[in-house]
Design a protein around this ligand. Structure first.
Ligand code: URA
Length: 333
């Protein structure tokens, strides 16, 4: 049976289920662990308090493949949601859950990421305690600048503005590059940082250090890119990406940058704009070491997902939240 949706502005079906996540009020807890895959959600659901015949785990997969599991951790109602990847999917998860949960919420993302620079290393848990910046590919660069750079370089050499030989740089936030006296868009744009919730960040860092040891936990800045490839500085010959200097530029501009992935910025940006109603933080397992090109062996990932999952669930269960009301708490019992 196919549901019908009302209200194109924020579609819900006749039961009040949201369009992409397919959940409704009473099915999701105010404390949410957002993970990148269905298999990780299922794996981490084994860490929840054991279900009893009177209180089974709630589990629902939406038509779009979002899995929500609601149970308890340390006696506190929590939900685990498979968010998949990228900023639009995180947008669905934050907005559609906000729409059906009453009271203040806490959302922790546990994902995987690239470790950008030391001290972050393969297999570490990297916490976005310093917030997150967005990195976006800027199509205007190709529309306006392609083929013009060399002309500008030739006519403006040597440069006056310190941009060595007129090469494009990606530092700064405006998305503009200067070639001698000329300026134009850069191939990649970076935003200013958005902050994480300091209370949740501190709780999570303490829990993570307990689980894996303090030398495996690094707090710093996250960067969320709009591609796993181009805007994360992965190079190849199939596309004209102009990203050879991207990682070096990011590191130079942000000495505290530790993790590079595709979701945390959206979570923190929406929490920032949630009128105080969402506390959020992101943590990820360093799956790739971008400075050495090492990639984590798959069998080590599961153990780290469980360690990170336990730390995240503990922080979620213990962070203080305003509300939910008695009525909301009742519906989740
Ligand atoms: N996820 C990402 O987005 N990038 C990585 O390098 C690893 C995981």
């Amino acid at each position: 049976h196919k549901p019908t949706y009302k209200n194109a502005n924020f579609p819900t079906d006749g039961e009040g289920r949201t369009y992409h996540l397919g959940t409704k009020e009473g099915e999701v807890a105010p404390r949410i662990l957002s993970v990148g895959s269905v298999s990780r959600a299922l794996l981490l659901s084994k860490l929840l308090d054991p279900p009893t015949p009177g209180r089974p785990l709630f589990q629902r997969t939406s038509s779009r493949g979002f899995l929500t599991i609601t149970g308890r951790y340390d006696g506190e109602p929590v939900s685990i949601v498979s968010t998949h990847m990228g900023q639009p999917n995180m947008d669905f998860v934050v907005r559609e859950n906000r729409a059906i949960v009453r009271g203040q919420m806490a959302i922790v993302r546990l994902g995987t990421c690239g470790a950008v620079q030391r001290p972050a290393k393969l297999g570490d848990l990297l916490i976005a305690a310093h917030g997150s910046i967005a990195i976006r590919r800027n199509p205007d660069y190709w529309t306006l600048m392609d083929g013009r750079e060399s002309l500008l370089r030739a006519s403006n050499s040597p440069t006056r503005n310190g941009t060595a030989n007129g090469t494009t740089t990606t530092n700064g936030n405006s998305g503009a590059a200067t070639y001698g006296g000329f300026s134009g868009p850069k191939p990649y744009m970076t935003s200013l940082p958005v902050p994480a919730n300091p209370q949740l960040a501190a709780l999570l860092a303490a829990e993570a250090a307990q689980v894996v040891g303090p030398d495996r936990v690094v707090e710093g800045l996250n960067a969320s890119a709009d591609s796993f490839y181009s805007s994360q500085g992965r190079t190849g010959s199939d596309f004209d990406d102009r990203n050879e200097g991207l990682l070096a530029d990011l590191v130079a501009a942000h000495p505290d940058l530790v993790s590079l992935e595709m979701e945390t910025f959206q979570l923190l940006d929406l929490a920032r704009c949630s009128k105080g109603s969402i506390k959020a933080i992101g943590m990820c397992v360093a799956l790739a070491e971008r400075y050495s090109n090492a990639f984590l062996e798959y069998h080590k990932l599961e153990e780290l997902e469980i360690s990170g999952g336990n730390a995240a669930l503990r922080a979620l269960a213990h962070v203080s939240l305003d509300g939910p009301s008695e009525a909301e708490a009742e519906t989740l019992k």
